[in-house]
Design a binder for this molecule. Structure first.
Ligand SMILES: Cc1ncc(COP(=O)(O)O)c(C=O)c1O
Length: 391
């Protein structure tokens, strides 16, 4: 039995290879490794893709999250509201600028930020008076754009900045609108496994605010001013290198086609796994980029399931087994409202199945059969467990 990859990057690589190789050759000929013409070309193409007025590429998705916080002068004594059910970088960047992340719960269906819990968490921080609420980072988890209208309403009511962490959901839309219709900045990652990934590290920020974009461009190169040797603020080495931009120009050209393929594959999973597992709910009128296809295996039996899947040659990954508020380096930071019961339940239940734009039907059928069989194994294990020992 050929092993099934969790993500197949090779098929896509072969599809874009000739065009990318031509670009890489040109860059080598020109020696334009830093801020070469492909970077400007990519920034302009990304602007066309989303409609954002300003695009500033950078070295990673983490750079793309930390740089707006730096630009707004967010730091010690400030609170930034973030989900706990996300990748570490979402909260890490808040700590890196010296501010305090406040962890907010997510919705049990979509796994995205819960606007009611967000409001409760902001009100609580205001009431306590120890930290100044400054910003919200909402995450477009597993490819699904967050429900930004109510999140924006909370941001506006309390005078907070709003960042979309679109590392997984860049290109996702709700009612035909991108996250940039609501967020002050959309930050994305081009890490290779992301729906739009390069062949190394990379990221980008998009905004309609030209003044902010100018500051982000300055931070990207050590806080440089109009004169290259005049450093007007603290910055970083956070440029996207030209090789990665070249890869991305070619990958962006096929990205809409890949989103369609992912949508078709996700729909097929939905239809064939209906009634067997609980998949992430996708809101009406949302186009997800399906960074992950994630389902819930309730009842404390996820490990039995993943072991049975592995025995059938199907890899699964747990995103995420621990909320950020439970991470060693993060657990001293505050949790909003009355705790994060949804996050904690998801951390116990979720498992992601193989998902990429090149998953063919025969391979997907093997995965679906493995899910059915693994659920049978799980149900037998539950039936054999004495009631007192059940989760
Ligand atoms: C939700 C989220 N935010 C931020 C990041 C950070 O991106 P990067 O690895 O490019 O720094 C990632 C991915 O790794 C992510 O999944």
């Amino acid at each position: 039995m050929t092993p099934i990859p969790f993500i197949d990057l090779a098929t896509q690589r072969d599809r874009v290879r000739p065009a990318v190789e031509a670009r890489l050759g040109r860059i080598m000929d020109q020696g334009a490794f830093i801020m070469g013409p492909d970077v400007a070309e990519l920034e302009s193409a990304l602007g066309v893709f989303t409609g954002a007025r300003e695009t500033v590429t950078c070295g990673s998705g983490t750079d793309a999250l930390v740089m707006p916080l730096m630009a707004w002068g967010i730091g010690a004594g400030d609170a930034v509201f973030v989900p706990s059910f996300t990748f570490a970088a979402t909260a890490e960047v808040v700590g890196l600028v010296g501010a305090t992340p406040v962890f907010v719960d997510v919705l049990p269906g979509t796994f995205n930020l819960d606007p009611a819990h967000l409001r409760q968490s902001v009100e609580e921080i205001v009431r306590r008076g120890e930290l100044v609420p400054r910003a919200i980072i909402a995450v477009d988890l597993f490819g699904q754009i967050a429900d930004y209208a109510p999140i924006r309403a909370v941001a506006d009511e309390f005078g907070l900045k709003l960042i979309s962490d679109a590392a997984q959901g860049f290109g996702s839309t709700r009612d035909g609108r991108q996250a940039g219709a609501f967020a002050d900045v959309v930050a994305t990652s081009f890490y290779p496994a992301k729906p739009l990934g390069c062949w190394g590290d990379g990221g980008a920020m998009q905004t309609d605010d030209a003044d902010l974009a100018a500051i982000l461009r300055s931070i990207r190169i050590h806080g440089q001013g109009t004169d290259k040797y005049d450093n007007v603020r603290l910055g970083l080495t956070a440029r996207l290198d030209t090789f990665q931009a070249a890869v991305l120009v070619e990958k962006l050209a096929i990205f809409p086609d890949e989103i369609e393929a992912r949508t078709r594959i996700a729909r097929r999973y939905h239809e064939r796994l209906d009634g067997l597992v609980l998949p992430q709910t996708i809101d009406d009128n949302v186009v997800s980029t399906w960074a992950q296809y994630t389902v819930r295996i309730p009842g404390g039996q996820r490990d039995t399931f993943t072991v049975a899947m592995r025995e059938r040659g199907v890899p699964t990954v747990i995103y995420y087994g621990k909320g950020l508020h439970q991470q060693t380096a993060y657990r001293h930071w505050p949790v909003g409202g009355n705790g994060l019961p949804v996050t904690e339940a998801l951390c116990r239940d979720v498992v992601s199945l193989p998902m990429h734009a090149y998953l063919d039907e025969a391979t997907q059928d093997r995965i679906i059969d493995a899910v059915r069989e693994s659920l049978d194994v799980l149900n037998r294990a539950v039936a054999e467990t004495p009631i007192s020992g059940r989760a």
